[in-house]
Ligand binder design. Structure first.
Ligand code: AMP
Length: 360
């Protein structure tokens, strides 16, 4: 511990009241901290397990000042927090972790990919696209197929469209509403992997074993972890995570999504400056899970161990799949994590389960 470590009894603010905020809050309370959630929805999943919820928009200046005054440190469970909100929190006396540089980088796919390539974390080739003429030029430079994505506000495969022939360019550009975009070369990957890592206030870094991820319709369905990869791949992922964390002077947990290529090379797809769905396996596969790790980092405690003691298959329960909870809870190999959401809208993340495949 250092003089600036926050003692138990301190207060942590979290912007966002979804399941990630809920699990952060549960981890924080286990370490003796109080949590205040800011979320516009009353009765949010995180608000219901926290000391208090401030019900307000994420850019509400008074609510941010109130949160900043009440908290020793503020973190977030989603990355689209406006820069002005961070300034407001800091002005009210709270530390914000991760900081403004990590947020600004992760919010804009062009800034993100430019940073990554500079940090020796290679990505697919890409080009910023602001006009249809720029899109045509980018297609000539990168070749087809290629993926057009909005620069900002994309998640779970939303805000992106494949371009397979030059004639698709105009409709693809208008499908994204003519918003500032990025054209990405197609990654001919063999697997999607991800690495969850953390950096403490003292600059110490801890990296979990890789997870192997399977998506359907742009949404994560399962993570298998630790992924079966050669030691060189795990080491390379650790190197990439370290250089990203150092380059952003990062404090907290980060999720790094990777493409594994046929020759074993890793390309970074994107970074998430927060706890990540592909890290949920750590709750039942590691002594210190990603939520506790994030809390430890932002309060200035030493980071916890990241070795896996079990192999886990994490599955998301979307929409009415959550109705299977009773059968799943009866399975001794399964741990059920329910988010306390009342309405099971189609595709909504309602819960996840970690199936223990075996001890390591
Ligand atoms: P993203 O929103 O960037 O995480 O993309 C969602 C999913 O689209 C990824 O998990 C990949 O399966 C796929 N994807 C994204 N970018 C590319 C790319 N450049 N080439 C091939 N597939 C991609």
């Amino acid at each position: 511990m250092t003089a600036s470590s926050l003692p138990p009894g301190s207060t942590i603010g979290v912007l966002g009241g979804g399941q990630l905020g809920r699990m952060l809050s549960q981890a924080a309370s286990r370490l003796g901290f109080d949590v205040i959630i800011l979320d516009p929805e009353p009765d949010s999943p995180a608000g219901r397990v926290s000391a208090r919820q401030i019900i307000a928009a994420y850019d509400d200046p008074e609510a941010l000042s109130e949160l900043g005054r009440a908290c020793d440190v503020v973190t977030f469970e989603f990355e689209n927090v406006p820069a002005a909100s961070v300034e407001r929190l800091e002005a009210a006396g709270a530390r914000v972790a991760p900081g403004p540089l990590a947020l600004a980088t992760a919010q804009d796919r062009v800034a993100e990919k430019s940073f990554l390539n500079g940090a020796e974390a290679p990505t697919v080739a890409f080009a910023p696209v602001a006009t249809l003429a720029e899109l045509t030029a980018a297609i000539d430079a990168l070749g087809l197929p290629a993926l057009l994505k909005t620069r900002r506000d994309g998640y779970d495969g939303k805000g992106q469209v494949w371009i397979r022939s030059p004639e698709d360019a105009e409709s693809a550009f208008s499908a994204l509403g003519g918003r500032p975009a990025i054209l990405e070369a197609a990654a001919d990957f063999v697997r999607e992997l991800s690495v969850i890592a953390a950096r403490g206030r003292d600059g110490a870094v801890a990296v979990y074993p890789l997870g192997e991820n399977h998506h359907a319709g742009g949404v994560l369905r399962t993570t298998l972890a630790p992924a079966e990869v050669p030691t060189t791949t795990q080491r390379r992922a650790e190197q990439i995570a370290r250089s990203i964390l150092g380059g952003l002077d990062y404090v907290g947990v980060i999720g790094v999504e990777l493409f594994e290529m046929a020759d074993g090379a890793l390309l970074v797809n994107e970074i998430a400056p927060r706890v990540h769905n592909t890290g949920h396996w750590t709750q039942d596969g590691c002594v210190c899970d990603q939520f506790e790790q994030h809390v430890r980092a932002v309060v200035g405690w030493p980071l916890g161990p990241t070795d896996a003691h079990a192999r886990i298959e994490m599955s998301n329960l979307l929409g009415d799949e959550v109705d299977q909870w009773a059968a799943l809870a009866a399975d001794p190999a399964v741990r059920v994590h329910l988010y306390g959401k009342a309405e099971a809208r189609p595709g909504r993340k309602m819960a996840h389960v970690n199936r223990v495949l075996g001890a390591l």
